[in-house]
Design a protein around this ligand. Sequence first.
Ligand SMILES: [Zn+2]
Ligand SMILES: [Zn+2]
Length: 98
Amino acid sequence: MLQLLALLCQNAVEALNRGSASPRNLPDVTFESSQSPAKPTGQICVVCMEKLTSPTTTPCGHIFCWNCITEWAQNEERCPICREAVVACRLVPLRNYS
Ligand SMILES: [Zn+2]
Ligand SMILES: [Zn+2]
């Protein structure tokens, strides 16, 4: 029994060692290649296809104009992008968002 315990212990230690042995310095520098598109500076609202005015986020994390999404939510309580349920009272206007 003691032997089994010791074996389990050893396995756990080995697992831990394996975990910490994973590379810490991930090569995240390679992700900065030109392959990935640059982050858009001015976000576009998919409802009106214009630059966001009074950016407002849905519970699913998508951003629309305040006017667009409130109007949209009156007709269809689903996100125009991912079809998650969108309730008008759950919309969050983003302040100081540029
Ligand atoms: Zn809009
Ligand atoms: Zn969404």
